[in-house]
Write a protein that binds this ligand. Structure first.
Ligand code: PLP
Length: 378
């Protein structure tokens, strides 16, 4: 490969990676003529459940829909507070607001960029209904030290595992830990359906509820509905089901997921090694031995200038994320979060996707070293 081609991957921060089998899978569904929630969607649910080692999985239209559905299943509603990090994609916060509940931002651990258990304890109050940890970059969040307090108060843990499909929490798969778990299968996630999400319920009752929400509150099967002159609406719901077209993409991707996992771990380790030569940039640890990494994030001084220098060289740097508590839309729930604010000023995400070659990672690391301010401690 010539240099111009090999350097192209680094121009994008993230990118879907297809194995070539997805197009045929979609073509078969298109020819089949049924594009709603079909047996293909249910096959995808079964395959994901088996992959994770859980009894059931409920497919929905996006990670955001998964979060909204899971929070509703957890009984979150008006008057309730949900504890969550501010350093996440805005979808996490919007899902809380969609339930009419109040987001209560808590601070993070600067080394993992995930919720800090002490900060969760501080945020607990009688209105707390759920804790919503975000598995930043694919890494599991350890809340074991506060779990007894949460259980005692009947507080549900809903995991935003949008970035963590395939990762392990200790010896268990994320999704099989007993937490109500939400995955995203959006375009750039570890596994893509084009667009999609999944709720992993904790019980058959929760699964049933989630299936109602995602289908406009209609729980009868299609077969039942075909034979009747009416249909029954059993409760609140939205059109959140996963199309068979998206499920077909997901099934094709799942067949190759062991390759995806290995490739993403390898890419992250390549960065880890290359960045050893760049002491001015502190790599955010994703616990690569247990995780399928979704991001490669570093903390750097003078981030905006570093971002600009790399961007001007055509390198696809990003910021994941500008803190949500500083967003205008979320101003009513603003509070002081010193660690989040510092990390929010320093965080920079490097190109991370399966089109990257090792030579491009070296190129990014070298460019980063040159872009860092000289002679300043971090
Ligand atoms: C992608 C993402 C979501 C939302 O998932 P969509 O499928 O895009 O709706 C939520 N939270 C986090 C942390 C994400 O990365």
């Amino acid at each position: 490969m010539s240099n111009t081609i090999t350097m192209r991957g680094s121009s994008r921060n993230s990118s879907p990676f297809l194995y070539g089998t997805e197009a045929d899978a979609v073509a078969r569904v298109l020819a089949g003529g049924q594009y709603g929630h079909t047996e293909v969607t249910e096959e995808f649910e079964d395959r994901i459940a088996r992959f994770l080692g859980v009894p059931e999985a409920v497919a929905v239209s996006s990670g955001t829909a998964a979060l909204h559905t899971a929070l509703l299943v957890a009984g979150v509603g008006p008057g309730d507070e949900v504890i969550l990090p501010s350093l996440t994609f805005c979808a996490t916060v919007q899902a809380v607001l969609a339930c009419g509940a109040t987001p209560r931002f808590a601070d993070i651990d600067p080394t993992t960029v995930c919720l800090e258990p002490g900060s969760v304890l501080d945020a607990l109050n009688p209105a707390t209904k759920a804790v919503l940890p975000v598995l930043y970059g694919g890494r599991a969040v350890d809340l074991s030290t506060v779990r007894p307090d949460l259980e005692e108060r009947g507080i549900t843990v809903v995991e935003d595992a949008a970035q963590a499909f395939g990762s392990m929490a200790g010896t268990q798969a994320v999704g099989a830990t007993g937490a109500l778990t939400c995955f995203s299968f959006g375009p750039i996630k570890n596994l893509t359906c084009g667009q999609g999400g999944m709720v992993i319920p904790r019980s058959p009752e929760e699964a049933q509820q989630a299936r109602g929400f995602r289908m406009l509150g209609v729980t009868q099967s299609q077969a039942e509905r075909r034979t009747a002159t009416t249909y029954r609406v059993d409760g609140f719901g939205l059109r959140y089901q996963m199309s068979s077209i998206n499920a077909a993409i997901g099934l094709a991707q799942l067949d190759r997921f062991s390759e995806t996992a290995a490739a993403r771990q390898q890419l992250w380790r390549t960065y880890q090694e290359a960045l050893q030569e760049v002491p001015g940039a502190a790599l955010v640890d994703v616990d690569v031995d247990r995780s399928v990494p979704h991001l490669c994030a570093v903390l750097v001084p003078d981030r905006d200038a570093v971002f600009r220098r790399l961007h001007d060289q055509g390198i696809g740097v990003g910021v994941h994320y500008p803190p949500n508590h500083l967003q205008a839309a979320f101003a009513p729930w603003r509070r002081e979060l010193p660690v989040t604010e510092r990390v929010g000023r320093q965080i920079l995400t490097l190109p991370f996707h399966q089109h990257l070659g090792a030579d491009e990672i070296q190129y990014v690391a070298t460019a980063l070293a040159r872009a860092l301010p000289v002679g300043r401690p971090r």
